[in-house]
Design a protein around this ligand. Sequence first.
Ligand code: PMP
Length: 406
Amino acid sequence: MSFQVNKIREDFPILDQLVYKHKLVYFDNAATTQKPRQVIDAVKYYYEHDNCNIHRGVHFLSQRATGVFEDTRSEIKQFINAASPAEIIFTKGTTESINLVAHSFGKKFLSPGDEILISVLEHHSNFVPWQEICKEQGAILKFIPLDNRGDIDMEVYKTLLNEKTRLVAIAHSSNVLGAVNPVAEIIRLAHLQNIPVLVDGAQAIAHLPVDVQKLDCDFYCFSGHKMYAPMGIGVLYGKEKWLEEMPPYQTGGEMIQDVFFDHTTFNELPYKFEAGTPNVEGVYGLREAIHYLQKINMNEFGEYEKQLVDYTLDKFSRIKGLKVIGNPRERAGLISFLLEGIHPYDAGTLIDKMGIAVRTGHHCAMPLMEYLKIPGTIRASYSFYNTFEEIDRLAEALETVKKIVG
Ligand code: PMP
């Protein structure tokens, strides 16, 4: 194994602790990733050296912080290969990015009878904003079903695209089934009918290299905290041609050009969509997180995470009564499963007492649970700092749960 996991773990102070007297195993990375010391130090550095409000200040600190803020925008442009920094909008996270598009795009382009197309596996963040804007505009929300593996049913998808479809919104990777959706093909098919596509990249950004120009998506959304950066910072990428046409989502300071008593003119991109004081400390942290991911090499750790998943599937196949939910053609860093006759919540609570953090429940995808007719799942989601030994511990813990509850 060329991947230096033990060396990497030294960068994550939180991992080195005991929980209920057991060494912590953190398998809840799809909810949020832990932060390397470099990211924590960058936030601390900001408050010790550069803290101040940006853009408007003429003084030294403001200019220095503005420099880092705008440099980071350019680094993100490069990280996801956007065409211009004007296409990178800082938000609180994926949820806010999707709400921005749903409300701004929706108000401008959705009329009664129009359709928005999403899939049944979407996180509530890529579900409820569309449900609400459709209700407001009199539009119709339609759903792409799954095939029997748990992948997007591409044949049905093709039949759902029509002249009334105004936008397709789809997860790059599912936070429940782990499936990597064929977004490039989904986008290609939508574009044949001039339909824009929004990609929810919350679960993909820390696992796969993302190239928005190659994908040709119209919008791409992600959260800093799922890619080793702080909470409360995220990104909306949007093609300039759409962002130019869309009205502001929130109004106030920063997003204006001129304000008169009777009307206001708006700032240029990307500032038109960045009302109010932004999360500058978050941007400092996000910049360092990107440096960290680039340093440890996305291709190499992607392969390592894949090995962790394969190892788990192999271990799980030998646990009687364990059922993996979904069998996607391509999987990114997580596995959902059930233990026969045991409620996921009970299993999760017992595993926790053995020092292992997994997530249980509906994973903010209640419609998917309804669709699959299950109450919830147990989910183990990985990062490059996880190890094969930790997976052994999970497998042992599951056998113990079976003994206790069974
Ligand atoms: N989409 C997906 C697929 C997710 O997994 C999540 C977070 N679990 C979100 C959207 C929402 O992300 P956030 O809470 O950071 O806005």
